[in-house]
Design a protein around this ligand. Sequence first.
Ligand code: ZN
Ligand code: ZN
Ligand code: ZN
Length: 367
Amino acid sequence: MSGASPRLQRLARVRAAMDGAGVDALLLSLGADLPWLTGYEAMPLERLTMLVLPADADAVLVVPELEAPRVEEDPELFALRPWAEGDDPVSVVADLVGGRRRLAVSDRAWATFLVSLQSALPGRSWEVSSRVTGPLRAVKDRAEVEALAAVSAAADRVAAALLGGEIALVGRSERDVSDELGRRLVAEGHDRVNFAIVGSGPNSASPHHEPGARVIGPGEAVVCDFGGTMAGYCSDITRTVLTGDPSPELAELYAVLQEAQASAVAAATVGTACEDVDRVARERIAAGGYGDAFIHRTGHGIGLEEHEDPYIVAGNRQGLVAGHAFSVEPGIYLSGRYGARIEDIVVATDSGPRPLNLASHDLTVVA
Ligand code: ZN
Ligand code: ZN
Ligand code: ZN
């Protein structure tokens, strides 16, 4: 364990977790587990890439020969096993697995490969790799927290432009505004836009509304929920703005939401169960009379993927630990009328919840 680079530390944690879960070999292909562990992201190709990590032997990365030059080799972490056109990569993987019985395969591996592997390796048990890697990836190390802070700050700058009225809304289509949010995410340093929801008027009551041709009018609520990836890590922020003075009902609804979101963030301390963070938001919203209008969980973990462990949802009794990074995003949706949501990314730390999004939560009227 020379120097114990972050990746070697991760490998040691993975091996310990495999041991605890009784997994004999981990088979990592598409998805975030492989880059998290090795720095290499498999191409989504019909040619198989798979890291074979046996519990009792060194890891081997099976990769198409033509992709091998892209692999940054790290002999302490894995050996490289390129396969040539005409070779059968499934039998290469099967040979490396050998007689091992309990196998865990990437959640995002293609069924094409899994089905072939299952016939090449009969009589084994199969499960998803996230059972081993999910709880580990959920706890971010220092470098990952800083990457999340940087990408969240970039998203915050776009949110600040929205709240500051720099992004025209009235008279433009949701699609137009969505495109502008995406362009601004890239201008602020994102490598990729993952989504930019813009729901205006009645569409603001649809949490995952697909922005379309609807032209935003005056006096409407506009829910903007956007995020992307920068240096591998994801942002995700929601702000709701108004294109005119709010009705007393909307102002009251928003006040309930703002308080619910802030209380849930404050509750996200180390040791608190994920479901209790959800309950804090839910109880405040129910007390305001909108219990039936909060129709989704309070949040999701975030990191290399937009949605990953830990989920802030009823039934998840897992306690928060320092390094957990997740969204806190309650919403209130009055079907057919309007809705609002506020979302920040938060990291649990030993000195309390650390919000990574700092753009204002105040009810903001923009033109
Ligand atoms: Zn969502
Ligand atoms: Zn979001
Ligand atoms: Zn989210």
